[in-house]
Write a protein that binds this ligand. Sequence first.
Ligand code: CTP
Ligand code: CA
Length: 227
Amino acid sequence: LARGVAEPDLAGRHVVISAGGTREPLDPVRFLGNRSSGKQGYALARTAVARGARVTLIEAGTGLPDPAGADVVRVGTAVQLREAVLKAAPDADVVVMAAAVADFRPAEYATGKIKKKDGEEAPALNLVRNPDILAEISAERARPGQLVVGFAAETDDVLANGRAKLRRKGCDLLVVNEVGERRTFGAEENEAVVLAADGRETPVPYGPKEALADTVWDLVSESLRSR
Ligand code: CTP
Ligand code: CA
C-alpha cells in the first residue's frame, strides 16, 4: 500500500509498540537472546507517527536510533518489558506487541562471570517461564475498547498455528509471518497475513516492513472508528 501523503487518521490516538528482542542475562557478560532486529516494530512506530499518533516505543536490544517523534523506553528482559507495557497501557488506545519476548529465562543469575574449571562437566542451564505479556494485556484490557495486536513468526503450518494462537492469546489482530533460514529476521521486507478475531484475514504481499505496518494501522484505524 503506497502512501504519497500520510493521512493523519491516528491523530489523537496513543499507540504503544514493543519492538526488538528481550535479553535474559546469565551473568554480567552473557545473555540468552533471539534474532529479532526490531525493524518491524520501528516501521510501525514511524508509520504511526506519520499518521498522527502519539507513539510510545518500548525497545529491547535493537541498537536502532530513536525514530523521530516517538517516546522511546529502553528495556532488557521480558520482566522489564512487561513492567513497561503495563505502565504505558492504561493510557493507550492500541498496544502492539511486535517484540520477540523470550519464553524462558535462566532460573538463576550469577552475579560474577561463570568460569569453567578443569576437569568439570559443562553446567546444565535451568530455565523458568517468562510471563506472557500479550495474553495478559488481552485478557485484562487496561482501558475499555483498547485494541491489542500480536505478532507471530511460524515455520510450519503457518495459518493453522496462527489461528490457534490468535484464539489462545485473545488479542484483536495477529500478524502472522513465515520464518525460515533466510526469511524475515533482519530482512528489510516481509510477507504476512493479518488475522482478526472476527475471522477476517488480510494477506500482505512480500514488501517493505512499512507496507505491512500501514496495513496494520489501516485495520486498527477502521476498528477504532467503529467502536
Ligand atoms: N509474547 C508475549 N510474551 C511472551 C511471549 C510472547 O507478549 N512471553 C507475544 C509476542 O510479543 C508476540 C506474540 O506473543 O506478539 C506471539 O509470540 P510467539 O512467540 O509467537 O507466541 P508463543 O505463545 O510464545 O508461542 P510459541 O510457543 O510458538 O513461541
Ligand atoms: Ca514464543
